[in-house]
Design a protein around this ligand. Sequence first.
Ligand SMILES: *Cc1c(COP(=O)(O)O)cnc(C)c1O
Length: 523
Amino acid sequence: MVFRQAKWEEPIIYELGAPGRIGFLVPEVEEDIKKEVGELKVPEKVARTSPPELPELSEVEVVRHFVDLSQMAYGIDNGPVPLGSCTMKYNPKIAFEIANDPRVMWLHPLQDERTVQGLLEALYMLQKWLANIVGCDVCTLHPAAGAHGELTGTLTIRKYHEVKGQLDKKTEIIIPDSAHGTNPASAAMAGFKVVEIKSAPDGNVDMDALRAAVSEHTAGLMLTNPSTLGLFEEHILEIAEEIHKVDGLLYYDGANLNGIMGYARPGDMGFDIAHINIHKTFGSPHGGGGPGAGPVCVKDRIVDPERNIKLSDLLPGPIVMYDEKEDRYYLKWPGPYSIGMLKAFFGNVVPLLWGFTYILGLGPQGIKEVTEQAVINTNYFTKLLKGTRGYDLPYGPERFRKHEVVFSAEPMAHEVDVTAEDVAKGLLDAGFYAPTIYFPLIVHEALMIEFTDTETKENLERYAARMKEIAEIAYKNPKEPKTWPKNTAKGRIDTAKASHPRHVTPTWRVYRLRKEGKLGALK
Ligand SMILES: *Cc1c(COP(=O)(O)O)cnc(C)c1O
């Protein structure tokens, strides 16, 4: 299959159209309505004196502009996106249909509870299902992403020790070195000191390092299982015991839930608090597809028996409740021990509904099959690539992987200076999306590959074949990979500059600078 991406020399939108050109004209407000609602009077002080600087285009020009741009982009609807850790699965379109239903779309968060019973029922069911999947008791749908869930979790851990009057001594959170960067960031934002522990050569937590790190200062531990190496943490029960012994709490980073759901539950492993990335595990898209959702679930353990405070009392709200007698759903707002609200209203309802539809569509057996398929895909791919000259499989190479596998391009980088980044460009050139590279940090030249449950066998084979071909080219002609990608809309860019722009120039300013001759024309 030959891949060629469109290369439009697409002007920015300000350079298209002409003054006075319009797509759709909103009719004038009729006189009698004007009389009824009155004229809108903007105080002179804040009224603008010139119209906003907006492009003027016909509808067809707008459509063509964005279609052209979309042809220069690549997404899950084009082909596989095996970005490890991100769990980029295909998102069933039915979920979007449901959330786009006018009966859902036109609801307002300030509407009376009695008028949104259907939506509240869906959210209530979602809370129940998620709690069941992670083995917890109570969930809040409030947080907007995984990292936001982590902050909710670390603030909850903080509140737990505060309520118990031991916060002055509980100052540390333990995190393995394979963790996602958001874990230490969230712990630090909640005011904790981060204590990092090493991974053992088999990919498990080094238990001696853990025991050495645990002390009376341990407030909790954050861990994802399976780990970012795609490996199940075999010591999890012992780890939980060590942390609970000193009255620490265990936080489950649920980003990797796709590798175990339906088969094992964090709640049964000893975790007290867990977040779930709806936009990873439960069929809602990332980024461009809209905001995410990071519900947080807890085991409802007693925090203070005298005041009858439970862990769920510390969570942010609102939480959807059901009054059986009245057969009515209602919102429970945060009480006196809650960490407070971290977001407006009920959280990001649209991705939550996508997740609701996804789980409803799969059912309990389907959820298990998703896990099975994701794990089979990972291990089949691993088998195809393992042993290829140029790539290495560090950390328990003989162990089965769960949802993802992390290869290393270190041999190739060392021998012929073809790096993980070059491999990624070579994949782009063949019409694939690159894997996650240079993460986790404990693997040099990391290629972190996660096909998820939705990728086909043929695509796994094509991907592995291309990675083998890249290695062959690297050893034969190590200069060639440095010229990739050639078939994509844009060639190789300066990634350091692209990922750390000093400032972002808005398109209208680019337009003005170009008009004033201060910027070169489109190349
Ligand atoms: C994605 C991810 C996070 C953060 O989740 P967001 O929803 O992106 O904020 C945390 N941990 C791991 C392992 C992840 O892959």
